[in-house]
Design a protein around this ligand. Structure first.
Ligand code: ZN
Length: 132
Protein backbone atom coordinates (compact mmCIF):
# COMPACT_ATOMS: atom_id res chain seq x y z
CA UNK A 1 0.00 0.00 0.00
CA UNK A 2 1.47 3.33 -1.06
CA UNK A 3 1.62 6.06 1.55
CA UNK A 4 -0.51 9.17 1.19
CA UNK A 5 2.63 11.23 0.58
CA UNK A 6 3.70 9.03 -2.32
CA UNK A 7 0.20 9.03 -3.80
CA UNK A 8 0.13 12.83 -3.60
CA UNK A 9 3.53 13.03 -5.32
CA UNK A 10 2.32 10.66 -8.03
CA UNK A 11 -0.96 12.52 -8.52
CA UNK A 12 0.94 15.81 -8.75
CA UNK A 13 3.28 14.34 -11.36
CA UNK A 14 0.43 12.90 -13.44
CA UNK A 15 -1.51 16.16 -13.29
CA UNK A 16 1.54 18.22 -14.27
CA UNK A 17 2.14 15.87 -17.17
CA UNK A 18 -1.37 16.84 -18.29
CA UNK A 19 -0.59 20.54 -17.95
CA UNK A 20 -2.41 21.11 -14.66
CA UNK A 21 -0.92 22.91 -11.71
CA UNK A 22 -2.40 21.44 -8.57
CA UNK A 23 -2.83 23.56 -5.47
CA UNK A 24 -1.90 22.22 -2.03
CA UNK A 25 -3.63 18.98 -1.18
CA UNK A 26 -6.40 19.16 1.41
CA UNK A 27 -6.67 16.16 3.68
CA UNK A 28 -10.14 14.70 4.06
CA UNK A 29 -9.08 12.01 6.47
CA UNK A 30 -5.79 10.33 7.25
CA UNK A 31 -6.22 8.17 4.18
CA UNK A 32 -7.61 10.67 1.67
CA UNK A 33 -6.63 13.99 0.14
CA UNK A 34 -7.58 16.11 -2.85
CA UNK A 35 -6.44 19.16 -4.76
CA UNK A 36 -7.75 21.28 -7.61
CA UNK A 37 -5.93 22.83 -10.54
CA UNK A 38 -4.88 26.42 -9.89
CA UNK A 39 -5.63 27.55 -13.45
CA UNK A 40 -9.34 27.38 -12.64
CA UNK A 41 -10.08 24.61 -15.12
CA UNK A 42 -12.19 22.95 -12.44
CA UNK A 43 -10.38 19.62 -12.55
CA UNK A 44 -8.83 17.97 -9.56
CA UNK A 45 -7.05 14.91 -8.28
CA UNK A 46 -8.14 12.65 -5.45
CA UNK A 47 -5.95 10.15 -3.62
CA UNK A 48 -7.00 7.38 -1.28
CA UNK A 49 -4.62 4.95 0.43
CA UNK A 50 -7.54 2.65 1.23
CA UNK A 51 -9.77 2.69 -1.85
CA UNK A 52 -12.93 0.61 -2.08
CA UNK A 53 -12.44 -2.91 -3.52
CA UNK A 54 -13.25 -1.69 -7.03
CA UNK A 55 -11.67 1.72 -6.51
CA UNK A 56 -8.30 3.16 -7.48
CA UNK A 57 -5.82 5.00 -5.31
CA UNK A 58 -5.40 8.00 -7.62
CA UNK A 59 -8.41 9.43 -9.44
CA UNK A 60 -9.85 12.65 -10.77
CA UNK A 61 -10.04 14.34 -14.14
CA UNK A 62 -6.75 16.21 -13.61
CA UNK A 63 -4.80 12.96 -13.91
CA UNK A 64 -6.76 11.80 -16.97
CA UNK A 65 -7.55 14.86 -19.08
CA UNK A 66 -5.22 17.60 -20.37
CA UNK A 67 -5.66 21.03 -18.78
CA UNK A 68 -7.76 23.19 -21.12
CA UNK A 69 -6.12 26.32 -19.73
CA UNK A 70 -2.57 25.26 -20.49
CA UNK A 71 -1.13 24.04 -23.75
CA UNK A 72 0.50 20.66 -23.36
CA UNK A 73 3.34 20.08 -25.78
CA UNK A 74 4.86 16.65 -25.70
CA UNK A 75 7.46 15.50 -28.17
CA UNK A 76 6.17 13.82 -31.33
CA UNK A 77 8.49 10.85 -31.15
CA UNK A 78 9.10 10.46 -27.48
CA UNK A 79 11.62 8.30 -25.74
CA UNK A 80 9.47 7.36 -22.84
CA UNK A 81 11.25 7.13 -19.52
CA UNK A 82 10.34 6.66 -15.89
CA UNK A 83 11.84 8.03 -12.72
CA UNK A 84 12.48 5.66 -9.85
CA UNK A 85 12.72 7.17 -6.38
CA UNK A 86 14.29 4.87 -3.81
CA UNK A 87 14.85 5.17 -0.08
CA UNK A 88 15.67 2.81 2.75
CA UNK A 89 12.46 3.77 4.51
CA UNK A 90 9.88 3.73 1.73
CA UNK A 91 11.44 1.41 -0.83
CA UNK A 92 11.11 2.11 -4.54
CA UNK A 93 8.40 4.20 -6.19
CA UNK A 94 8.12 4.92 -9.88
CA UNK A 95 6.87 8.13 -11.47
CA UNK A 96 6.00 8.96 -15.01
CA UNK A 97 6.08 8.09 -17.83
CA UNK A 98 7.79 11.14 -19.24
CA UNK A 99 8.33 11.88 -22.91
CA UNK A 100 12.04 12.62 -22.70
CA UNK A 101 15.03 12.38 -20.37
CA UNK A 102 14.83 16.19 -20.07
CA UNK A 103 11.27 15.99 -18.76
CA UNK A 104 12.38 13.26 -16.38
CA UNK A 105 15.18 15.51 -15.11
CA UNK A 106 12.66 18.29 -14.46
CA UNK A 107 10.44 15.78 -12.68
CA UNK A 108 13.35 14.77 -10.47
CA UNK A 109 13.88 18.43 -9.55
CA UNK A 110 10.21 18.72 -8.59
CA UNK A 111 10.33 15.44 -6.66
CA UNK A 112 13.42 16.59 -4.76
CA UNK A 113 11.65 19.82 -3.84
CA UNK A 114 8.56 17.94 -2.68
CA UNK A 115 10.66 15.45 -0.76
CA UNK A 116 12.65 18.23 0.90
CA UNK A 117 9.38 19.85 1.99
CA UNK A 118 8.46 16.66 3.85
CA UNK A 119 11.45 17.25 6.15
CA UNK A 120 11.46 13.57 7.09
CA UNK A 121 15.24 13.22 6.96
CA UNK A 122 14.98 10.30 4.54
CA UNK A 123 17.68 10.05 1.89
CA UNK A 124 16.30 9.35 -1.57
CA UNK A 125 18.01 8.21 -4.73
CA UNK A 126 16.64 9.05 -8.16
CA UNK A 127 17.26 7.11 -11.33
CA UNK A 128 15.88 7.38 -14.85
CA UNK A 129 15.05 4.22 -16.74
CA UNK A 130 13.38 3.39 -20.02
CA UNK A 131 9.66 2.78 -19.73
CA UNK A 132 8.36 -0.23 -21.58
ZN1 ZN B 1 -6.01 22.47 -15.12
Amino acid sequence: MASLRVLILRARESAEYRGHSLARFTHNRKTQAYAYCETGCGMGAFVDTKPAPNGIDISGRAVAVNCPNREVTHAETPRTVRVVMESEVYGADTFGPYDSPEEAAQAIDRLKESAAALKDGVERRYTVEDAE
